[in-house]
Ligand binder design. Structure first.
Ligand code: FES
Length: 172
């Protein structure tokens, strides 16, 4: 057991934030006798916290008697699972073909500089998470990004930065 824990804890992909672990009690109870419960348990934890906190994974592992490394392995295999907390606003920059040829790379690079994060990371203030995604389905507007439900098309780096700054201003 000790070895399993160490191997996961050393993995810096996991966040060990202080979270209210009692929030997953009902979930654990619900799936305690269900076979093939790994994915629904992970989905349930993520629905509760918005990501998979390391401490919640540990608790689920211990109480459901699922090997922690197995839980961690599934969590890292599927793109739907997040091991780090996300920002209040998730910026999805499209890198589908149409956006790619319209220089989506530049949009992401500009936002990385503005937000001081890498692709996939969250700002220190947890206001923004920057993500590259596949086609968002509005290729005629390329290059495109989405923030929440809002779509922003025909972007330039400058426009993208202005949008981010406006959101930041509205949050302060
Ligand atoms: S390729 Fe970007 S919206 Fe389709």
């Amino acid at each position: 057991m000790r070895i399993e824990r160490n191997s996961v804890e050393k993995n810096c992909l996991v966040s060990y934030d202080e979270v209210d672990l009692s929030l997953i009690d009902k979930l654990i109870e619900k799936y305690s006798h269900v076979k093939g419960n790994v994915i629904p348990v992970l989905q349930g934890i993520q629905n509760i916290y918005g990501y998979l906190p390391g401490n919640a994974l540990k608790k689920a592992s211990e109480e459901l008697k699922i090997n922690l490394n197995d839980l961690f392995g599934v969590a890292t295999f599927y793109a739907q699972f997040r091991l780090k907390p996300v920002g209040k606003h998730i910026i999805k920059v499209c890198h589908g073909t149409a956006c790619h040829v319209q220089n989506a790379k530049k949009i992401t690079e500009t936002l990385m500089m503005e937000l001081k994060v890498k692709d996939g990371e969250t700002t220190d203030d947890r206001l923004f998470t920057l993500e590259s995604v596949a086609c968002l389905g509005c290729c005629s507007l390329a290059p495109v990004m989405m923030i929440g439900e809002e779509t922003y098309g025909k972007l330039t780096g400058d426009k993208a930065v202005k949008i981010i700054r406006d959101i930041r201003k509205s949050e302060s």
